[in-house]
Design a protein around this ligand. Structure first.
Ligand code: PMP
Length: 352
């Protein structure tokens, strides 16, 4: 090691799913939406006057904050926005997890939590999910420095009821509880209404999945005005202009087309349920995913080999070489046509 390397902050980074640059791949590895964003998004971008780019964007991102407040029937002071929910979550970790006691999150969950905790020197403890990959609520009934979990969980797709979420809140009123609802639009009830009752609750959502805007990078959070205030203080101490002008415009436009939003989600959910039948027939074992992906294992086919075989066919899914889940594949729900090609391949593969 060179002398100047001694005092460098060293981290093991998060590894995002592959973004292959070949054209003809079936991309089911990063839970993107297979359908385009609402037509109004493109229209708003075409109408955008490039001269406005001379100016800095509104640091308070009011166009987007106000549109979110209106859509979700909350006050603008209860809304925070960021560059994807990854940015919102990272800011939230930095702002709210500052205790000596460990923060708690599930052992099988979004792997970025561990990376942020390591990066920010936040102590943490992983609470093991049960054999059905469900949260054991008692595990969150101990002294801690904060709680974070996705609902539905990733990569399992398992949804916990609002009763479980509220039970965790009940037992954790002296710390901040973050519920990461990246996939909530695909099933289940949001914890959003609970922010009125619990001023220590932060509910995080994203435009990346249900609104087909992963490439735009828009995430947001709802919480009490105090909580959002603290989050903004840290954001403004780090980077005032996280949201660029085009992003603000496109995000606000996306929120205007509720009918398109519902239609797209309905299609994805219908395909997901059809895929549950098809995968069951093929002998796969999986839970009742309420997200836009399935998390599957097969008693006769090793997940890693199947992952490689699919890649050979230019079908990308996600494989995690991690304890407890190293024989599973996470498969994003694509279009019906894409999923039919996948199922045809699996049928042949499993016959061999
Ligand atoms: N939370 C969970 C559980 C996720 O799976 C993802 C997607 N990788 C994110 C947050 C971040 O999504 P984005 O930054 O695109 O909003």
């Amino acid at each position: 090691m060179k002398p100047w390397e001694t005092n460098i902050r060293k981290v093991v980074p998060y590894v995002p799913g592959e973004q292959p640059d070949q054209q003809h791949v079936i991309k089911l590895n990063t839970n993107e939406n297979p359908y385009p964003p609402a037509p109004g998004v493109m229209e708003s971008l075409y109408a955008f006057d490039a001269d406005r780019l001379r100016l800095y964007p509104d640091p308070e991102a009011k166009v987007l904050v106000n549109a979110l407040a209106k859509r979700y029937r909350v006050k603008p002071e209860q809304v925070f926005v960021g560059v994807g929910s990854d940015d919102v979550l990272a800011m939230a970790f930095l702002t709210f997890f500052h205790a000596d006691k460990p923060i708690l999150f599930p052992d099988i969950t979004y792997s970025f939590y561990e990376v942020w905790a390591d990066l920010l020197r936040i102590p943490y403890r992983k609470a093991p999910l049960n054999d059905h990959f469900r949260i054991c609520r008692e595990d969150y009934d101990t002294a801690n420095g904060g709680v974070v979990f996705p609902n539905p969980n990733a990569p399992t797709g398992e949804l916990e009821s609002l009763e479980v979420v509220e039970d965790i809140l009940q037992h954790n009123q002296d710390v901040i509880v973050i519920v990461d609802e990246a996939y909530i639009d695909f099933g289940g009830k949001s914890a959003l209404p609970l922010i009125e009752q619990y001023d220590n609750l932060l509910v995080v959502q994203t435009f990346s999945k249900s609104r087909s805007l992963a490439g735009m990078r828009i995430g947001y959070a709802f919480g009490s005005p105090e909580l959002i205030g603290y989050l903004n203080d840290v954001k403004f101490s780090f980077n005032s202009y996280t949201m660029n002008q085009l992003t603000l415009t496109a995000g606000a436009a996306a929120l205007e087309d509720e009918a398109y939003f519902r239609k797209t989600i309905h299609k994805i959910k219908a395909t997901r349920e059809r895929m549950k039948e098809a995968f069951r027939e093929l002998g796969f074992v999986f839970g009742d995913s309420q997200s836009n992906f399935l998390f599957v294992t097969h008693p006769r086919a090793a997940a890693k080999e199947l992952f490689e075989a699919l890649k050979q066919e230019h079908i990308y899914v996600r494989y995690f070489a991690k304890p407890r889940i190293d024989n599973y594949l996470r498969i994003t729900i694509g279009t019906d046509e894409q999923m039919d090609i996948l199922v045809d391949f699996l049928r042949t593969y499993l016959k061999k």
